[in-house]
Write a protein that binds this ligand. Structure first.
Ligand code: CTP
Ligand code: MG
Length: 224
């Protein structure tokens, strides 16, 4: 088994509102991307890493990798307009002999080796993909403008995190078949699902919070 990780780090971080992309937001005294990169590099499950970097930030990503002495980074590619386009660009650089692709959001710095192991070892036995999920504690409502249109039945609803693991050929196939829906999807599992793949849910980790707002950044920093 050869596992390659794609670190999706190409977003601009608009909601964070800094003067630089989210991947380079300060997390304690390092750029945010250093944390998930170091953790992926240290995992015995990961053989190689491709980073999707914000345009013009490919070189700084490689410098971060050098600074933390990450030994598995093959390349930093230029990301795309959307997350899926960024993953597509990185996937093109994953070697053909990779059998498993792990896709992770750089915006979730606190990735753990336990979750990596959980998603990777779930594959096989008819499962094409694995995604870490969390139960929803709050009541979920659908709005139309400001009006509540509907209260959804919470049973069976979860939120999805990354890292998500896929049989490499299944992910490649999903990207080559589903040209249009690729742009809209916010995770890779949805592409594999739409392409008829079987994706299994495994236990997520609340500390793998996605940094979206400045408050999230403070919270993640306090957990380091
Ligand atoms: N991402 C990416 N390429 C894009 C957009 C997003 O690689 N074109 C990555 C981000 O870097 C992040 C993950 O996808 O690690 C989740 O995206 P999100 O949290 O929405 O990050 P941003 O798009 O950067 O933030 P915002 O939506 O606030 O601009
Ligand atoms: Mg975004």
């Amino acid at each position: 088994m050869s596992v390659w990780a794609i670190l999706a780090a190409a977003g601009s971080g608009e909601r964070l509102g800094l003067d630089r992309p989210k991947a380079f937001a300060p997390l304690n005294d390092r750029p945010l991307v250093a944390e998930p990169l170091e953790r992926l590099d240290a995992s015995e499950w990961v053989d190689g890493i491709v980073i999707a970097a914000p345009p013009e930030w490919e070189e700084p990503c490689i410098l971060v990798a050098e600074e933390i002495a990450a030994s598995k980074v093959a390349k930093a590619v230029t990301g795309g307009e959307t997350r899926s386009e960024s993953v597509r660009a990185a996937l093109a650089e994953v070697p053909d002999d990779a059998t498993v692709v792990l896709v992770h959001d750089a915006a979730r710095p606190l990735i753990t080796n336990e979750v990596i192991e959980r998603v990777v070892t779930t594959l096989g036995d008819g499962w094409d993909g694995a995604v870490p999920v969390l139960p929803i504690a709050d009541t979920v409502k659908r709005l139309e403008g400001e009006a509540v249109a509907e209260t959804l039945d919470r049973v069976g609803l979860v939120t999805a995190q990354t890292p998500q693991a896929f049989v490499a050929d299944v992910l490649r196939d999903a990207f080559s078949t589903l040209q249009r829906s690729v742009t809209k999807s916010t995770d890779c599992a949805s592409l594999v699902e739409a392409n008829g793949g079987r994706v299994r849910a495994v236990e997520g980790d609340p500390r793998m919070l996605k940094v979206t707002t400045p408050a999230d950044l403070g919270l993640v920093a306090s957990w380091l």
